[in-house]
Design a protein around this ligand. Structure first.
Ligand SMILES: Cc1cc2nc3c(=O)[nH]c(=O)nc-3n(C[C@H](O)[C@H](O)[C@H](O)COP(=O)(O)OP(=O)(O)OC[C@H]3O[C@@H](n4cnc5c(N)ncnc54)[C@H](O)[C@@H]3O)c2cc1C
Length: 419
């Protein structure tokens, strides 16, 4: 009996899961990767601890995949956080839940996750070939026939799964090789852009490195359009850098900045930072005044230190033209009101983001209208499947992209085996 020949190109989380799923279905599977190790990006994800998945119900999970997460409904029926957790536990990798549903291996070592995936693929008889760049995908009459390696060896296949990832962090092997192969099969690539990436700003306090290295905890950052309409708010931590803003809250806002810059064709996008998101403007004002009224001789700079990080105080006072030695007896109501406004909405103009190569995730990719969501097969070329970040799907960091990679990989592998 002919065993379906499946070739998986790319050994990241999506490709490894695709190979496992295809082998489970009885296919003869070869996984080819150009790197000298598999799962190189997975090994550095989640700060080197690998944020394997996120323990949320499917509907909520999809909310955290703002780049076309709804396309994943079918794939999540086959592979979802609950099944990912069970899958790894079956492989002996116990997982633990941290904040916001993030799941990590108890070992805190991404390598244990990568090794478990490789071990399972080997156990199921998958042939793993590393240091083998694929050069071309071979198509004949709207069907895939195999791949040609750089060495010119041809691997014939009934199904080829493209799991080559996006274009971010290229030293992990994700250099966008899969896009031209998809185009050769008639696919459209939607515009690629950086997501989950730090923000850049030409503000003078950034250029002068006034706040460089300062971390803000539990703030809220809001991206606005030019008409003052709120586009998105994210709460979390933030860090001022020599070029702008980084940290989880800034990264989450990045895709909205990219899209708004493109839409508005303006040079900057306004953002505001709420330093006290848990308090209303009125509560901030009352709180500060009550502290100050108990120590009326104290200079405003010393009162402010109790409310915001010390390094921000001179900048905030300068922005409202308030002398740092002002005492309670001499303050002007308008200045105090402006100062409180600043604490609730510290304004910045964001000029862009760092490059796609520096981004954690690539936005854009294979147009989803051309992919069957139930199987991940191309609607244009028989036997051609896609999974992972190569698709026009992107989520926030926090395990969402990796979950999407596992879900699409599992779906692609399962169906490719049935070619
Ligand atoms: C620093 C960092 C931290 C991250 N943290 C998180 C996180 O906390 N949560 C989260 O959800 N996501 C996170 N991500 C994103 C996540 O790691 C990726 O979305 C995920 O790895 C994508 O998986 P993939 O299988 O689609 O592609 P990749 O992991 O990019 O794998 C693609 C593979 O294809 C191979 N390949 C490419 N071209 C060829 C070729 N021509 N021939 C053969 N092989 C080829 C590459 O060598 C590579 O091994 C992070 C990313 C980075 C960089």
């Amino acid at each position: 009996m002919h065993r379906t020949q499946v070739v998986v190109v790319g050994g990241g989380p999506s490709g490894l899961m695709a190979a496992i799923a295809a082998a489970e279905q009885g296919a003869s599977v070869t996984l080819v990767d150009k790197g000298n190790k598999l799962g190189r990006k997975l090994a550095i994800s989640g700060g080197g601890r690998c944020n394997v998945t996120n323990n949320k119900p499917i509907d909520e999970l999809i909310r955290f995949i703002p780049g076309n997460g709804r396309f994943l409904h079918s794939a999540f029926q086959h592979m979802n956080p609950e099944r990912i957790i069970a899958f790894f536990e079956r492989l002996g990798i116990a997982l633990k839940e941290e904040d916001h549903g993030r799941m990590f291996p108890v070992s805190d070592k991404a390598k244990s996750v990568v090794d478990a995936l490789i071990g399972e693929a080997v156990r199921l008889g998958v042939t793993l070939r590393i240091n083998e760049p694929v050069e071309q995908v071979i198509y004949v009459d709207d069907a895939v026939k195999g791949v040609r390696l750089k060495s010119q060896e041809v691997l014939p296949a009934d199904a080829v799964i493209l799991a080559t990832g996006g274009r971010s962090v290229p030293h992990t092997g994700s250099t966008g090789d899969g896009y031209p192969w998809a185009e050769a099969a008639g696919h459209t690539i939607t515009e690629l852009y950086p997501t989950e990436v730090p923000l850049t700003s030409n503000a003078s306090f950034i250029r002068d490195k006034v706040l460089q290295g300062l971390s803000l905890r539990d703030i809220a950052i809001t991206v606005w359009n030019e008409k003052g309409k709120k586009l998105i708010t994210h709460e979390g931590d933030l860090i001022f850098t020599h070029f702008g803003l980084s940290g989880p809250a800034a990264l989450r806002c990045s895709q909205f900045v990219v899209k708004e810059l493109k839409r508005s064709k303006r040079e900057t996008v306004p953002v505001t930072i709420d330093l006290k998101p848990e308090l209303s403007l009125d509560a901030v004002s009352q709180w500060g005044l009550s502290v100050w009224s108990k120590e009326p001789k104290k200079a405003v700079k010393n009162i402010m230190k109790q409310m915001v990080p010390e390094r921000m105080v001179p900048l905030l006072l300068a922005m409202v033209n308030m002398d740092d030695s002002t005492t309670h007896d001499h303050f002007q109501k308008k200045q105090w009101a402006d100062l409180c406004e600043l604490m609730k909405a510290f304004p910045m103009k964001i000029s862009g983001t760092r490059s796609i190569e520096e981004a954690f995730v690539t936005g854009g990719g294979i147009h989803l209208k051309e992919i069957n969501p139930k199987s991940m097969e191309s609607k244009l070329t028989r036997g051609l499947f896609f999974c992972g970040e190569i698709l026009d799907i992107h989520g926030y960091t926090g395990g969402y992209n990796i979950t999407a990679a596992f879900a699409t990989g599992y779906t692609a592998g399962h169906h490719a085996a049935q070619q």
